[in-house]
Design a protein around this ligand. Structure first.
Ligand SMILES: Cc1ncc(COP(=O)(O)O)c(C=O)c1O
Length: 390
């Protein structure tokens, strides 16, 4: 087995390494500044100040004016659960029957599995939007499929497995016209794009820190203006204005704000860098490996994201061969790559199992080098040749 080298890490969509500067900003809140932000004494007030400073940085980043419109959570998954449960329960409480959730088939499991759980429990009925061959939702389909009992439309912003970006502003506009709340899971998208959320027509959006060189295990819900009757998912203390109970994870919240502040400062440079690496990867793989297909949209895709299907290949075996050579790639979402085979999302965009079983996600980031890309493509080429011969 080859030693692990960060240059050979090609799984930035699963998670990113914590930036040393982010860690430096977090550190005091593990040690000296350990207070509970809900405590009235000065130890507590120091911690409270750190949480509110972090909130202000994020409000600024997303152009939100009302501080109540940003709710810290323990992850993006928790944020999605909160949004789906809350919306479905509101309807259930009033009408005593299940409302309809209109979602795309290519949602992350944080949305998909939550929706299925709620449907199985009898609290909602899922309506599934069609997608095109790139996995994109058409706003006109959203318009056609919204019903009088639709409680929420939820469409992922930037797809974690195939990198495709959905036309979210247009979908949000349709939902606004129809008077239906609209949620987008922007966990991947916000790490590579700047969003004027405060002036958008999105009702609810969730983010995390760990796709953007911040810590794992922290996230947030962003609420649009005019979103009322938000129901908390976690009950207990009155933190987050009663919208999310539980002692704040101060160092992680500080780390999340630092990560997005640094993204702001280096945005153009970082995006240009990752786009160059992504494009080199796509070009080399397309030119060097026969029977391969770029999955997801060719241009409207996350700037760090390349994903391919290799005909006749079992991507679990391919991933493992590459791992032995020291390269970290993914067969899809990190949440399921160890469990499920079959690349459901690739089937959903119309690929036969001969192609879909060979799906591979390769995502780049700040430590990626051109040399590592050339080495990865060589290793990929050799591994695929061996697998196709056997
Ligand atoms: C699109 C998307 N949504 C949600 C999540 C879940 O985020 P977290 O790890 O913060 O729960 C992920 C993480 O992989 C993701 O990529």
């Amino acid at each position: 087995m080859k030693r692990l080298n960060i240059e050979n890490y090609f799984d930035y969509a699963a998670t990113t390494p914590l930036l040393p500067t982010v860690f430096t900003r977090m550190q005091p809140y593990f040690t000296n500044l350990f207070g509970n932000p809900s405590s009235a004494h000065r130890f507590g007030q120091q911690a409270y100040g750190a949480v509110e400073d972090a909130r202000n940085i994020l409000l600024d980043h997303f152009h939100i004016t009302n501080p109540d419109n940003l709710i810290f959570t323990g992850s993006s998954t928790e944020a999605c659960n909160t949004i789906l449960w809350g919306t479905v329960f509101q309807y259930w409480k009033i009408y005593g029957k299940p409302g309809r959730l209109l979602i795309s088939p290519l949602e992350h499991s944080a949305v998909n599995e939550t929706a299925k759980f709620l449907q199985d429990a009898g609290f909602c009925i899922i309506d599934q939007l069609p997608v095109n061959q790139y996995g994109q939702v058409d706003p006109d389909d959203v318009r056609k499929m919204i019903r009088s009992d639709t409680v929420l439309v939820s469409v992922i912003y930037g797809n974690n497995e195939i990198g495709t970006i959905n036309p979210i502003p247009e979908i949000a506009r349709v939902c606004k016209e129809k008077g239906i709340p609209f949620h987008t899971d922007a966990t991947q998208y916000v790490a590579h794009n700047q969003i004027d959320f405060g002036n958008s027509e999105i009702s609810m959006m969730n983010i995390a820190a760990h796709k953007c060189y911040g810590p794992k295990g922290t996230g947030a819900i962003l609420l649009g203006n005019g979103v009322e009757n938000f129901l908390p998912f976690i009950h207990g203390g009155k933190q987050e204005n009663g919208k999310r109970a539980g002692t704040h994870n101060v160092p992680y919240i500080v780390g999340m704000a630092a990560a997005y502040q640094i993204l702001d400062n280096e945005f153009d440079k970082r995006i240009q860098f990752e786009r160059q690496k992504r494009d080199l990867l796509i070009q080399l793989i397309s030119e060097n490996i026969p029977d391969c297909l770029l999955t997801g949209h060719p241009t409207e895709r996350l700037t760090n994201h390349a994903s391919f299907a290799f005909k006749g290949i079992d991507s679990l075996v391919l991933q493992s061969l590459l791992d032995q050579k020291g390269f970290a790639v993914s067969i899809g979402s990190a949440c399921r790559s160890s469990k499920i085979h079959g690349q459901q999302q690739l089937i959903d965009i119309g690929l036969s199992s001969e192609w879909a079983n060979g799906g591979l996600r390769i995502t780049v980031g700040i430590y990626t080098t051109d040399d590592a890309i050339y080495s990865l493509v060589n290793a990929l080429k050799r591994s695929i040749r061996i697998l196709r011969r056997s």
